[in-house]
Design a protein around this ligand. Structure first.
Ligand code: GLN
Ligand code: ZN
Length: 760
């Protein structure tokens, strides 16, 4: 019999009940006991679903009150000193304090979980002595057993990955901390073994990134200690998101099972297992169902893959499972009522993925005939989407193939364009500008709601937007900004706005996924060939430009950012999708230019996020990402000034790629990594227009003139004053009116001081 297994289930709930419960608790609307009860109900409901589905190994302990990495930290009492905590079970006030900050102490940093859009809380080792405060997986196991009769599979974040994701220690201290952690993990495992747990899943996703020989030694030490302490507990060492590095060493570790990703690491893992074999004494967790994508699996293809694996690993040592936790996909397709049938039929969210896992396990156990009707249904669904009009726009496919076949470039190199642009625009030294959005007040959000509900007619809404533009064009002129923006009042979200206007996109009603904490996002679905339908931004931009003699920048979201913040089809490569998006956006760039807009900004804040986990794949990704940007922006006149903007990430190690994008001006966030960025400009010259953000927009605090002057002076030590722009770190959408105006006035004052100083 082939068993089925799941690695983790989304915690947010079909109606985002989890999010609502968290926020109600934070707002003091529900008592702690009520809160615990609500979360228990959600948790048990999720376990019940997996039980009803018939999953053999159901994960327990994957549920969280915020984030699983934070859970691991507090389980071991790793609480930064600035939070008042003096041992014992970490109270919720401290737990949420670390995650969200308190009046007295700032929150811990959060960062992206590998190459997903999930963000975890970075544990801080600041000399607190780790101890086992409570055995969270044990509590979860007991609950599932008592309430539902489920003998679950506790999920634990492994020590190597946990420590690698943490901060607050030097490289030399790594092993000291590891040696402290190992016995604590052993304690957890011993208690699980004593409880009668059969299988435990220990997640070590960092094994798909670079693994050193030293790491292999560490792994041997960790897992030898574990198996020595709990010889009767089966440990499944779980990896995901890519193929494992050092396959041979990893599969030889002293554990009872190895989980590999045969979706996102298919090539590498399959090749390794085929050429190097698989130990005869271990279970293989075959992650064949995509835990991150939203598409229905091609069951025949998966069965063929499993046949290949079953020839290497006997069926009774094979687990059919998801490639990673289902945390990264929405809960269920069943609630969607508005999607086109061929798209709806092609989707599989968490619940449907569980069905697929079961189906595959059944087919392997009872033979393919036993699932023949399901196979036919699957064939039909795949046939329908494959032959849908949306995926067969030969006009788009041909044009995109043609325009992307050579390397797109502006007519002249920057040096020449710069001369032409200087003559045309005649801007002062250190031109000032903003990133695009202005405060989206309650009034703006209300108006959009009324319009979406149909209570406001098109014209009424358009008038409202125009009034906002009027107001802010006047304000920008009065404050003394040189290059203006229209303010993006018509947009809720920089990706959704374009997705709604382009062909090939769909929007789910309930397709939410957790981004960080209670924050959920509902990514658009790029399911067909991306088509430009009609100009998307021309009207508002043209209107804004008609109200001023100063230049107004057109404002677009770039192809890579749109792609990275959407769920994308998996029948063509991401590179091809990026080129399709780029071509559609190029038509928008051209439409803006034709409408007399001579400065166009194409935002790419998410470029860095798409970076592959494997170092050897990164250069190729950056190359096509750069090409997509150039495809979007290269057909304009020399005098048309292309801007771009980046934020959220550290960019210091990709300056070359940024330069290769060949934007005339880039505005870049610096508050997060100012030091490193400046440092990298000491090493590499940057010879295009550049504005390093002079103030952090993430706080309501109004920055003082002197602070910005300091930032400007630092930047000008390494950058050419003739190419330097002055702007905030990012868009101002989330800020209030008063603070925004005050901050921008200070920014203009700091610019005046800099102009005096550097032109004297
Ligand atoms: N133009 C966008 C804005 O100002 C950029 C947002 C971003 O970088 N995330 O809102
Ligand atoms: Zn930004």
């Amino acid at each position: 019999m082939v068993k089925s297994s799941n690695l983790g289930y989304p915690r947010i709930g079909e109606d985002r009940q989890w999010k609502k419960a968290l926020e109600a608790f934070w707002a003091g609307k529900i008592e702690e006991s009520e809160f615990h009860q609500q979360l228990q109900e959600i948790r048990l409901n999720h376990l019940r679903k997996q039980q009803e589905q018939g999953i053999d190994l159901i994960p327990v302990g994957d549920f969280s009150y915020y984030d699983q990495v934070l859970d691991t930290a507090v389980m071991f009492g790793i609480v930064p000193k600035r939070f008042s905590y003096d041992g014992g079970t970490v109270p919720l006030s401290v737990y949420y304090g670390i995650a969200r900050g308190t009046k007295e102490a700032t929150a811990s940093e959060m960062t992206k979980w590998f190459n997903t859009n999930y963000h975890y809380i970075v544990p801080e080792f600041d000399n607190t002595t780790p101890v086992l405060t409570e055995n969270k997986p044990l509590i979860a196991y007991r609950e599932a057993k008592e309430k539902l009769g489920i003998a679950g599979k506790p999920v634990i974040l492994g020590p190597l990955t946990f420590l690698k994701l943490s901060k607050g220690y030097t490289a030399a201290q790594f092993d000291t901390w590891l040696n402290i952690l190992i016995p604590l993990y052993v304690e957890v495992l011993e208690q699980l073994a004593a409880e009668g747990v059969q299988w435990v899943q220990i997640d070590e996703p960092s094994l798909v990134t670079k693994v050193s020989n030293e790491d292999i030694q560490r792994l041997n030490k960790i897992y030898s200690a574990f198996t020595a302490a709990v010889p009767n507990l089966n440990i499944l060492l779980q990896t995901y998101f890519e193929a494992v590095d050092h396959y041979e060493d990893i599969v030889r570790l002293p554990v009872q099972g190895i989980g590999l990703d045969f979706v996102h690491g298919l090539q590498g893992n399959l090749q390794a297992i085929q050429t190097l074999g698989f130990p005869t004494d271990k279970v293989l967790g075959a992650g064949v169902i995509d835990g991150r994508g939203i598409w229905k699996a091609d069951v025949r293809e998966k069965l063929a893959l499993l046949d290949v694996l079953a020839a290497i690993v006997p069926a009774d040592r094979l687990l059919v499972q998801s490639s990673c936790s289902l945390l990264h996909v929405p809960v269920t397709v069943k609630r969607e009522t508005k999607l086109q049938p061929e798209l709806l039929g092609a989707l599989a969210f968490a619940d449907e993925k569980l069905e697929e896992i079961q189906l595959l396990a059944k087919a392997l156990t009872d033979g393919k005939e036993s699932v023949s009707s399901e196979l036919e249904q699957c064939d039909a669904a795949i046939h329908a989407i494959k032959h849908s009009a949306a995926r067969n726009r030969s006009d788009i496919q041909q044009t995109v193939a043609a325009v992307s076949s050579d390397s797109p470039a502006r007519k002249q190199p920057f040096a020449q364009r710069n001369i032409a642009q200087a003559a045309k625009w005649n801007l002062p030294i250190f031109p000032t500008t903003t990133i695009g959005s202005f405060p989206q007040s309650a009034e703006v959000r209300k108006a959009r709601q009324l319009w979406r509900k149909g209570e406001w007619k098109e014209e009424q809404y358009a008038n409202f937007i125009r009034e906002q533009i009027d107001l802010w064009i006047k304000l920008q002129e009065e404050i003394g900004i040189d290059v203006l923006v229209h303010g993006e009042f018509e947009r809720t979200d920089m990706v959704e706005f374009f997705g709604e206007k382009l062909g090939g996109f769909a929007f789910t009603q309930h397709g939410w996924v957790q981004s960080y904490g209670s924050r959920c996002v509902k990514p658009p679905v790029i399911y067909g060939d991306v088509a430009f339908v009609a100009p998307m931004t021309v009207e508002e931009t043209k209107y804004a430009q008609s109200k001023t003699n100063r230049p107004v920048k057109g404002m677009l979201t770039g192809p890579i950012t749109i792609m990275n913040w959407s769920f994308v089809r998996d029948d063509i490569s991401r590179e091809q999708i990026a080129y399709q998006l780029a071509y559609a956006l190029r038509l928008e760039v051209e439409a803006l230019e034709q409408a007399g807009i001579g400065m166009i900004q194409v935002d790419e804040p998410a470029v860095r996020e798409g970076l592959p986990l494997k170092a050897e794949d990164q250069a190729a990704y950056l190359a096509w990402a750069v090409k997509a940007f150039r495809l979007t922006t290269s057909t304009v006149q020399d005098t048309t000034q292309i801007h771009t903007h980046m934020c959220y990430c550290e960019f210091h190690d990709m300056i070359d790629s940024i330069e290769a994008m060949d934007a005339d001006v880039i505005s870049i966030e610096t508050s997060r990594s100012h030091g490193e960025l400046i440092h990298s400009f000491e090493q590499n010259t940057y010879e295009l227009g550049i504005g390093l953000g002079v103030y952090d927009i993430h706080s309501p605090r109004v920055p003082q003139v002197e602070e910005m002057t300091t930032m400007i002076d630092r930047a000008l030590r390494v950058l050419d004053p003739k190419l330097f722009w002055i702007n905030p770190d990012c868009g101002l959408k989330t800020r209030g009116y008063e603070e925004t105006v005050a901050s921008l006035r200070n920014m203009v004052e700091a610019t005046r001081i800099a102009r005096d100083k550097y032109t004297a």
